[in-house]
Design a protein around this ligand. Structure first.
Ligand SMILES: [Zn+2]
Length: 265
């Protein structure tokens, strides 16, 4: 049995996810790993699969505002294996870096989001508002039957998302040196920039440019969206990797953001 510390390690969870061959739009069992953990932490979960795409919705609480942590379990193909120093699906930690297809985009960030959500709910079960996770296996191809399907389902139910924090890789030289904000920065942007300054001791740069395929869908739904994730340096390339230390720091940033946003002193 793993100890509690190991059980709540974003690095251990990232390793578990990276071992699964979830090339778009396959999920390869990643979401079931997350779903079981989130149920244990007290979330209500729903599986919203459509065609070959797996989608997971997990929610804690019924009050406004609703904060959604969003991510994807699918990855782009690894490309020629001979270009890799280590097998892209048998994850290796070498000199403080975790290697594997999806380490940065975005199984590492998704592991950090999940551990942050678990820690937050465990420490603050009576938080203000509601916290949810939306996970899809249809991000790298097109977001329509992934995030789009989840949002149509929520709209039918009358659920309004107020803030969406997405774990797409946005960092350049150091963790959280840049975040991407949508068209209407609000309480989430403010909480996140405060959490970054407190955690890494430096200010982040806000950018508004490009990308954000699933982000645009959340924005159309009416949510404030912000993307913050791991280093972009090696995404979609051979030898994709992240600093193990960054997985823990990113978890701390996400968790602190939730505390500020969902009114915990
Ligand atoms: Zn991605």
């Amino acid at each position: 049995m793993p100890t509690i510390a190991e059980h709540r390690s974003p690095a251990a969870l990232a390793v578990e996810l990276l071992a699964r061959h979830s090339i778009s739009p396959n999920d390869a069992g990643c979401q079931e790993v997350l779903r079981r953990r989130l149920v244990k932490a007290g979330f209500m979960t729903e599986v919203l699969n459509l065609k070959r795409v797996n989608n997971l919705w997990a929610c804690h609480g019924t009050r406004a505002p609703l904060v959604v942590l969003a991510g994807h379990t699918d990855v782009v193909p690894p490309g020629p294996i001979e270009d890799w120093k280590h097998d892209p699906f048998s994850q290796k930690i070498v000199e403080g870096y975790l290697y594997g297809r999806g380490a940065a985009d975005m199984k590492g960030g998704l592991a950090s989001l999940t551990i942050a959500a678990e820690n937050f709910i465990t420490k603050h079960p009576d938080h203000a508002g509601s916290l949810a996770m939306a996970v899809t296996s249809d991000e790298e191809l097109s977001a329509r039957i992934g995030t789009g399907h989840v949002l149509r389902f929520l709209e039918k139910r009358g659920v309004q998302i107020h803030h969406a924090l997405i774990a797409e890789p946005t960092s350049h030289h150091s963790l959280a040196d840049e975040i991407k904000v949508g068209s209407k920065p609000g309480a989430l942007t403010k909480a996140l920039t405060t959490a970054i300054t407190e955690t890494v001791g430096a200010e982040t740069k806000m950018s508004c440019e490009g990308g954000m395929s699933s982000g645009l869908l959340f924005q159309k739904h009416g949510a404030e969206i912000v993307e913050l994730g791991l280093s972009k340096a090696t995404i979609h390339a051979a030898n994709e990797c992240v600093k193990v230390k960054d997985l823990f720091m990113l978890t701390a940033i996400y968790e602190r953001t939730l505390e500020i946003l969902l009114k915990v002193a």
